[in-house]
Design a protein around this ligand. Structure first.
Ligand code: ARG
Length: 568
């Protein structure tokens, strides 16, 4: 199925060619429906280019534009925008095409990529906290959307399972561990011994030294220390797994930092040999003297004590992803504070000759009601697992009020769908760089731009079908007369234009906002246009609009990693 946007773009291109103009400007969905459905700024761009009045340029373009099969005569507005309003008949035909299409009009990419998405990537020996929802939900949504668009996606959890903190964890394990506490809450006990050791080593140089010794032993493969490390990693992964299960997150590979451990020496040797790195004050360093913003920010890849670091393992990771996983695109969904790190890594990769497309996809913070980084009352990070369980419990209360007669198992299931959906949606509906305030009331509200509101619109569609006693609509032809039906149908036709847009700048919030508008249009339609009480052929046509709305909501939410309940 070809979208209106793409059809009109082609028509515009031929008009520009016929008028002797370059193909410049963009044809986009109109920002204000009063001016039509689509608009282009081509005349404004050309006016500037040729120092001509843009309105006169617009008129010239219109003389060559033939779009009478799709829209009313285009009009010129403001400084020289050309506006297009679709004909109801064209909308009805397109909606029928959409209805017959399993992909709801969304085309597969004509240039599919081999992508690895590095997202989530928590550090072991610490529980995942509320901040991890961002990378996890965003990365998962991008993976779902890219896959749906036909890209070949590997989801990689690059967990932080190696590093200097293990010197302390191991010393604490040997000297402070409470086995019973470990049984009760493994990660909590590991965190306790780590903190305790950290405190002791700040005040006691002997402990600090002992920790360093433990780290050296670990790094040189000491059996006892490797066993302790393995156990810590396994316990952490078990804890992460609970969270991933709740969130319905899946990874294709989990190559944590330790996976690259035995490659690091080779990486450093290679970079020295090729002259990309050099020795400076006994460390091995990459300088970026020719890049102003990095000129005074060298990247250390082997410390003067011989140890490797975060950057070294990321360079090894790049090599692996490109040469062994054969990826041409690498997306890192990692918070904004690591921007400099990734600039350095990407530049080193470029110098190594890697041609792949590397993107750092940063994001902002989750804030508490006090607009500061969200913390528990005692000032700790809020554990993600606890937060997700609370979301389900709160959603359960809503169901008890709305629909107390449902069976218990059903209530549990729906509560999870709504609770987890609400948390994910609150995150994904924001522009990723914006810090947002975590608010239970807002995210679980049945009104407003929330998951429960969208899920409720879906439930309403399903209940219409239950009432009709039919599973799905059948339709030959859409009959669209009422303004609310036409608006809804136009919105449905836009789904295929919106989904690919998300990847332009990695903004699932574009899709979220689209779904919110769709739900609004659906409610207006539902209030203004009787469905089951109408006569044929209107009844079938409206039922089919309901069906399509349900399918688009379900698919759209699924692309965001959010499920829909059949009842709520
Ligand atoms: N574990 C890291 C952290 O918590 C994030 C890893 C991101 N991925 C990467 N390839 N560096 O900060």
């Amino acid at each position: 199925m070809e979208t209106f946007q793409s059809l009109l773009t082609k028509k515009l291109a031929s008009a520009l060619a016929a008028a002797g103009f370059d193909n410049v400007g963009e044809l986009t969905q109109a920002t204000d429906p009063r001016f039509g459905d689509y608009q282009t700024n081509a005349a404004l761009m050309l006016g500037k280019q040729h120092s001509e009045n843009p309105r006169a340029v617009a008129e010239k373009i219109l003389q060559h534009l033939n779009a009478a099969d799709l829209c009313e005569s285009p009009t010129v507005a403001g400084a020289g925008f050309i506006n297009f309003t679709l004909l109801p008949g064209a909308v009805a035909n397109k909606t029928a095409e959409l209805f017959a299409d399993e992909r709801l009009g969304v085309a597969r990419s004509t240039s599919p990529r081999k992508i690895v998405i590095d997202f989530g990537s928590p550090n072991v020996a610490k529980p995942m906290h509320v901040g991890h929802i961002r990378s996890t939900a965003l990365g998962d949504a991008l993976a779902r959307i890219a896959t749906f668009l036909g890209h070949d996606v590997i989801r990689d959890n690059h967990i932080g399972d190696w590093g200097t903190q293990f010197g302390m964890v191991i010393w604490g394990w040997k000297n402070l561990l409470d086995r019973e506490a470990l049984q009760r809450g493994p990660l909590a006990e590991i965190v306790r011994i780590y903190k305790e050791t950290n405190a002791r080593s700040t005040s006691d140089p002997a402990v600090r030294d002992a920790c360093r010794q433990e780290l050296v032993k670990l790094q040189s493969g000491d059996k006892e220390n490797i066993d302790i490390w393995n156990e810590c990693v396994a316990l952490s992964l078990q804890d992460f797994q609970h969270v991933y299960q709740l969130l319905d997150i899946h990874y294709d590979i989990q190559c944590g930092e330790s996976f690259y451990n035995d490659r690091l020496a080779g990486v450093v040797e290679g970079l020295l040999k090729s002259g990309i790195a050099e020795i400076s004050e006994r460390a091995v360093v990459v300088f970026f003297r020719d890049i102003p913003e990095l000129a005074d920010k060298p990247c250390i890849i082997r410390k003067s004590d011989g140890g490797f670091n975060y950057a070294t393992s990321d360079i090894a990771t790049v090599d692996y992803r490109i040469t062994e996983l054969m990826r041409d695109t690498v997306w890192y969904v990692v918070g904004a504070p690591q921007t400099l790190h990734f600039k350095q890594i990407f530049e080193i990769a470029r110098r190594e000759g890697h041609q792949a497309d590397f993107r750092h996809i940063p994001f902002g913070n989750v804030l508490g009601e006090d607009r500061k980084l969200m913390k528990t009352r005692s000032g700790e990070n809020v554990p993600l697992r606890q937060l997700l369980e609370e979301a389900c419990a709160r959603a359960r209360k809503i169901i008890e009020e709305k629909n107390p007669n449902l069976a218990d198992a059903e209530k549990i299931d729906i509560a999870r769908t709504i609770g987890i959906g609400a948390v994910k949606y609150a995150d994904l509906s924001q522009y990723r760089m914006t810090d947002y305030v975590f608010s239970w009331e807002k995210m679980l509200a049945l009104q407003g731009n929330t998951a429960p509101y969208l899920q409720n619109a879906y439930v309403r569609v399903r209940s219409i079908f239950r009432k009709a006693g039919e599973a799905a609509a059948k339709i030959e032809k859409f009959v669209l007369h009422e303004a609310a039906e036409i608006t809804l149908a136009k919105r449905l036709c836009q789904f295929a234009e919106i989904v690919p847009q998300v990847l332009n700048d990695f903004r699932p919030n574009i899709l979220a906002n689209y779904l919110f508008e769709l739900a609004n249009n659906f409610h207006a339609f539902y209030e203004g246009c009787p469905v089951l009480r109408s006569d044929e052929p209107v009844r079938s046509s409206r039922l089919a609009l309901c069906d399509l709305t349900g399918r688009v909501l379900q698919r759209g939410l699924d692309l965001l990693g959010i499920k829909v309940p059949e009842k709520m």
